[in-house]
Design a binder for this molecule. Sequence first.
Ligand SMILES: N[C@@H](CCC(=O)N[C@@H](CS)C(=O)NCC(=O)O)C(=O)O
Length: 240
Amino acid sequence: MQADNGLITLFELASNLPTPFSPRTWATRLLLNYKQLPYKTIPVHFPDIRTVLPAAGAPPTSTNPLKYTVPAIIDGDKVISDSRLIAEYLESTYTQRPIPLLGAAEQEAMQAVVTPLRPLVIPSIVNILDERDTVYFVETRRAMFGGKELHEIAPPSQRPEMMQALETALTKLSDFVGTPNQSGWVFGSNGPAYEDFELIGWFMWLKVAGPSEVWERVFTLNDGRWGALMVAAEPYMRVE
Ligand SMILES: N[C@@H](CCC(=O)N[C@@H](CS)C(=O)NCC(=O)O)C(=O)O
C-alpha cells in the first residue's frame, strides 16, 4: 500500500459519537499527536473490522481464533496492527519527542485496573453504537462473558462491590507509581511514558462510553491524580 501524501492512516472504532472511545486506539492517537505526526483516521464499524483490516493488509492480532483488531496503521508500505507493536514501530521510526515504553510490571499494574473496569463499562457501550454494531457487540460479549447478557454483567445489586474493586485497584496503582508529580503524568515523570497514554485510553473509554457516575468518581479518586493525568494529556487529545 502506498503512502497517502505522507499521512499515516489510523484505523479507529466507529460509534455514534464524534469522540473516539476505543481505549487502544486512544493510546496510538495520543502517541501520534505527541510526536506531531500527520495522520488521518478511518473509522471502522465493529462487524467490518474482519474485512476492512485484512483488505488493507493488516496482520491479524490473534490467529487462534483468527481475529483482527483496531488500532492498525498504514505508514507508506508498512501496515501494522496491535497498539503495542504500533508504539514500538513509531518510537523506532520517528525519533522526535521520544517517550519510554516501560515494562511488564507497569503493564501488570495497569491490567489490574482494567480487569474491574471492564464489566462496569461494557454494558453501556451499546448506548453509542448503531443497530448493526449492537447486534455484533451483544453476540461477541455474550461469548466473552460465559453466556451472560449485557445486563447481567454488572447488575445493580453487585455494582457497589464492583465499584469498590475498581477503587482498590486504582489505589494500588497509585501506590505502585508513587508520589504524584507536578507534571500530572503518572508513569513518566517530566514527560509521558507510553503507559500514560494506555491508561488515558482506558479512562477515555470509561468517560465516553461508560456510566458517568463511575467516571466522576475516578476523576477525583486518589487526590485527583487521574483527573490531573487527563489534564496533562489535553494538548495531545486532538482527533484528526
Ligand atoms: N492487543 C490489541 C487489542 C486491540 C483490541 O482489542 N481492540 C478492540 C477495540 S479497543 C477491537 O478491535 N475489538 C474488535 C472486536 O471486538 O471484534 C491491541 O492492543 O491493539
